[in-house]
Write a protein that binds this ligand. Structure first.
Ligand SMILES: [Zn+2]
Length: 532
């Protein structure tokens, strides 16, 4: 078969499986007693972890974690003993110190796993959870055009519904109109948020999408049709053109005028753009609730939503776990959530960030749900956060989520517009690829993620030593190249649409210790900055 046809065939087969998975999910009954399933998980989290570790790691000689445990001299019996005597989190901290963990780049396969000077063999499939009957296949943009697949099981989504029911109670969302601000495929989140909402009886008002392109709009419509044929009437996405969120702001304002409270759910930057569009047009959206995810909820973003009369809370998630935790009504400052400790364990350790000299509390997550897509032990996504007991009285605490993570921000990756890119790949782009195409040397290009008033913006600083190119030409070249790296296809499309990338012909910022970091990252302001 010619390669083009073969690609089309594989794509069609993959989407047919996705549609099949969606039908299976729609037909899977909801949990009879959602709270009971969460409480059971909380009561049995150590046993579930040990059972998963035994079956997924210790009984599979090919699992990369087994080699880490071997090198640490830790048998299954030792692990069970430490968990029972010290508790799960203390045991996880101990094995982390002995080399049992997984870095973000190690999971993505961009960095080999090396412990004690030896490389441990792994592939993208090594960390999938074989205990989950994963039938919902999400295809995301991968490195160099190769699709990156993630697998989800209907029981995993049913459990997510149980967690979502707590959010609905905490914020009294039963009578709210839900406005979803999400990308279409290849990201699954928008589609699955709509499906879960309709299954739970939410009033799904609109799904506003941005950054859609090419055949993904068509495939998304087909998936919506597949869901509707199965009896789940989710909305078709409406595309917001030209980075203009006024249609969404007007819809919210009309609902508010009719006395219908609204909740806006989506990544931080588009949510803030909706609030900014309301302010610019004098639209009244007072009382609207914003539940934000995907990027750090910063003070600048909070200020825009609050000046539009909205209330704003954080949802913390990542594709490896889907949702990590959710803010409660008492978390009205900073980027703070209750972690879902029934589904995962979280600890942190102090370290220096790989691309700067900033000291952080790096978060480590461990899977505790047998239906989860991956089985990860001490997975380090390069997010900072302070883990501490929560003293609030809320629906989350009441069910048993008695911890909080505060001051969450991402380091060594950019998270602009809800997309993420891998830091090491970006550094190669900035230090090798762009100088080769445009001119200049390493240190002449720097990417800065800035918190603007309305959205996160990406500034590409280019030294004036680089001549012969206009800023627009450099921007196009950068967006073209970023497409080739992991997750870049989607990010490029969204950033191009959002006009979020700005090229500035100026010397890169130099740190107090004289370094030029190719990536100046979210939330880290380096002052005083001196110029070379
Ligand atoms: Zn709380």
């Amino acid at each position: 078969m010619p390669s083009g046809l073969s690609y089309l065939y594989r794509g069609a087969a993959s989407y047919a499986r996705m549609a099949g998975g969606i039908r299976t999910y729609v037909r899977t009954p909801a949990a009879k007693d959602p709270d009971a399933s969460i409480k059971w998980q909380l009561d049995h989290r150590e046993d579930v972890f040990l059972d998963m570790a035994r079956r997924v790691v210790f009984e599979d000689s090919a699992n990369p974690y087994l080699e880490m445990f071997r090198m640490a001299g830790c048998t299954y019996g030792d692990l069970a003993g430490v968990v029972k005597s010290k508790g799960l989190e203390a045991a996880l901290a101990q094995i982390h110190g002995e080399g049992v963990y997984l870095g973000n780049d190690e999971l993505k396969g961009t960095t080999p796993i090396v412990r004690g000077g030896r490389e441990i063999k792994a592939s993208s499939r090594s960390f999938r959870n074989p205990l989950a009957n994963a039938t919902i296949r999400g295809v995301s943009s991968g490195s160099r055009g190769k699709p990156f697949e993630s697998y989800f099981s209907p029981p995993f989504y049913v459990h997510a519904e149980a967690l979502n029911a707590i959010v609905n109670r905490e914020f009294a969302l039963q009578d709210h109109a839900h406005i979803i601000l999400r990308s279409t495929l290849p990201s699954l989140v928008g589609l699955m948020d709509c499906l879960a909402g309709v299954r739970q009886g939410d009033r799904m008002e609109r799904w506003y999408a941005f950054g859609a392109g090419g055949h993904y709009s068509t495939v998304t419509s087909l998936m919506v049709l597949a869901a509707r044929f199965s009896g789940c009437r989710i909305p078709f996405p409406e595309y917001l053109r030209d980075n203009d969120f006024s249609a969404a702001a007007e819809r919210v304002s009309r609902l508010c005028a009719a006395g219908i409270p609204c909740v806006v759910r989506g990544p931080a930057s588009p949510s803030v753009r909706l609030a900014a569009a309301a302010i610019d047009r004098g639209l009244d959206i007072r009382g609207t609730l914003f539940l934000m995810s995907g990027e750090a909820l910063t003070d600048a973003k909070r200020a825009v939503v609050e000046s539009a009369g909205g209330r704003i809370f954080a949802r913390y998630g990542m594709s490896e776990f889907r949702v990590i935790g959710h803010g409660c009504r008492q978390m009205t400052e900073g980027n703070c959530v209750h972690p879902y400790t029934d589904s995962l364990a979280v600890i942190s350790h102090r370290r220096q960030t790989p691309l700067s000299d900033v000291d952080v509390h790096s978060l480590l997550f461990t899977t505790l749900l047998s239906s989860a897509p991956n089985f990860l032990i001490n997975f380090e996504p390069n997010d900072h956060g302070i883990v501490e007991p929560a003293s609030c009285d809320c629906e989350f605490s009441r069910i048993g989520f008695r911890w909080r993570i505060r001051d969450i921000f991402s380091f060594s990756k950019l998270s602009g517009q809800g997309m993420t890119l891998i830091g090491t790949e970006l550094v190669r782009l900035l230090e090798e690829v762009l100088p080769a195409r445009i001119g200049g040397r390493p240190g002449d290009y720097q990417l800065i993620e800035r918190e603007g008033t309305a959205q996160t913006s990406i500034e590409l600083r280019v030294s004036p030593r680089v001549t012969g190119w206009s800023p627009d030409g450099i921007r196009e070249c950068f967006l073209d190249e970023i497409r080739r790296i992991y997750g870049g296809l989607l990010a490029s499309r969204v950033w191009r649409h959002a006009e979020a990338v700005r090229v500035v012909m100026a010397e890169p910022i130099v740190t107090a210790t004289g370094k030029i970091h190719p990536l100046q990252l979210l939330g880290i302001e380096k002052a005083p900055a001196k110029r070379t």
